[in-house]
Design a protein around this ligand. Structure first.
Ligand code: HEC
Length: 83
């Protein structure tokens, strides 16, 4: 029983640390969450989906974002964008 408990705690920690992953993929280029948050807030997007559309079609920087997925953009918005 005790072993099971330890196992579950470790599993929980792994899941929690995995949550920041989407934003990490942006930080390779954007450096810090603060900087990225500033860019997301300045972008003309009120929802995660609008941010995807903007970065895919309207942004002059769209070519740079071919390497990230729509889900990563949405997650970054929900973590760092305006609520
Ligand atoms: C391959 C490098 C790279 C990756 C990965 C990347 N970006 Fe960018 N992004 C840039 C560069 C370079 C700019 C423009 C420079 C700046 O203003 O800092 C930019 C600009 C932006 C802008 C402003 C665009 C505009 O036209 O106003 C937003 C919003 C943005 N990125 C969001 C994201 C999000 C969210 C992710 C992760 C899902 C991400 N980026 C991943 C390189 C990248």
């Amino acid at each position: 029983m005790r072993r099971h408990f330890v196992f579950l705690v470790i599993l929980g920690l792994l899941i929690m640390t995995g949550e920041g992953y989407a934003v990490e993929s942006c930080l390779k280029c954007h450096g810090t969450k603060e900087k990225l948050s500033g860019l997301i807030k300045k972008a003309p997007a009120k929802t995660g989906d609008e941010l995807v559309t903007f970065l895919r079609t309207k942004s002059p920087k769209k070519a740079l974002h071919n390497g990230v997925t729509d889900d990563q953009i949405r997650q970054a918005f929900s973590e760092l964008g305006k609520k």
